[in-house]
Design a protein around this ligand. Structure first.
Ligand code: NAD
Length: 290
């Protein structure tokens, strides 16, 4: 397959490399000067998209996606598929889907879970929104870059699933961190706390797979001085997207709102920027109730 790949950063770079490794002809473009194994670099997004069967975008936000789509859509071959894997707002995903439909192109919003480790290993989870035909066109590529792809519904449904998932993640990480800080003050050993909670009703991915306490549970960013991983500012971005979406449909999400407010303070006022989102634990260690 001929593939255009726009946005070859921490996630897009290894994803494109995995497609090239499987024998696909990948032409890439990034604003930054990057080189990716097996990927031929183009001088512009439009050049990378011209003649491609599938064009994949992996960009920082919805505004950038909309502006890049302005360049890609006019040059793409009719019937080709645009697959956006970035995490963006539902409105931007739906706007680009409409633009594609008007131009005779297929569109899938397909944000991912699994982080840079999953991108490199080809074990991402894709949550996809779009028509069955668009999903089917992208599925062989999802199977190379990931281990699971769920067709969630029409355009925007993939982004909806992503921001709901990450709202849960932000809330459970904060809950796990504040519980560890409480346990410390109650004199409970952290390993004992993990042994109990990881097999009791308080368990979650945040506790069991990504434990925020150093030296406890499987290897995680906590064991590497909270180097991301998944940076706090990216969690804040996703929580903001979930609250923006909640506002737009009048959904009551008080815990999501609180999680957003806490990550905003952590990132903007407390030196949390550039640290993994599990660094909420040392933050709670330092803070007190009064
Ligand atoms: P990144 O900043 O490493 O990569 C983004 C790339 O896009 C950069 O290389 C940048 O130069 C390029 N870019 C920006 N504007 C461009 C333009 N107009 N034309 C061409 N290239 C442009 O970010 P990332 O970590 O790869 O994340 C990408 C997306 O994936 C984000 O939406 C993020 O929320 C999402 N995501 C990230 C992770 C993670 O763990 N890093 C996990 C899941 C989802």
């Amino acid at each position: 397959m001929k593939i255009g790949f726009i946005g070859l950063g921490n996630m897009g770079g290894p994803m494109a490399a995995n497609l090239a490794k499987e024998g696909h002809e990948v032409m890439g473009f990034d604003m930054a000067d990057v080189q990716i194994d097996g990927v031929q670099m183009a001088g512009s997004g439009a050049e990378a998209a011209t003649g491609a069967d599938v064009v994949i975008t992996m960009l920082p936000n919805g505004q950038i996606l909309r502006s890049v789509a302005e360049d890609l859509v006019p040059v793409m071959t009719k019937g080709a598929t645009l697959v956006d894997c970035s995490t963006v707002d539902v409105d931007s995903a739906r706007a680009v889907a409409q633009q594609c439909a008007d131009a005779g192109l297929q569109f899938v919003d397909a944000p991912v879970s699994g982080g840079i480790g999953g991108a490199a290993a080809g074990t991402l989870t894709f949550m996809a929104g779009g028509s069955q035909g668009a999903f089917d066109a992208a599925k062989p590529l999802f199977d190379i870059m990931g281990q699971k792809a769920v067709h969630c519904g029409d355009a925007g449904a993939g982004q909806a699933a992503k921001i709901c998932n990450n709202m849960i993640l932000g809330i459970t990480m904060i809950g796990t961190c504040e519980a560890f800080a409480l346990a410390d003050k109650l004199g409970l050993d952290r390993q004992k706390m993990f042994d109990v909670v990881s097999t009791s009703s308080g368990y979650s991915w945040s506790m069991n797979a990504y434990c925020p306490a150093p030296g406890v549970g499987p290897q995680s960013p906590a064991d590497n001085d909270y180097k991301p991983g998944f940076a706090s500012e990216l969690m804040l971005k996703d929580l903001r997207l979930s609250q923006q979406a909640a506002d737009s449909v009048d959904a009551d999400t008080p815990m999501g709102a609180l999680a957003q407010a806490l990550y905003a303070v952590f990132v903007e006022d407390e030196d949390g920027k550039g640290k993994d989102f599990s660094a909420m634990l040392p933050r709670f260690e330092k803070s007190s109730r009064h």
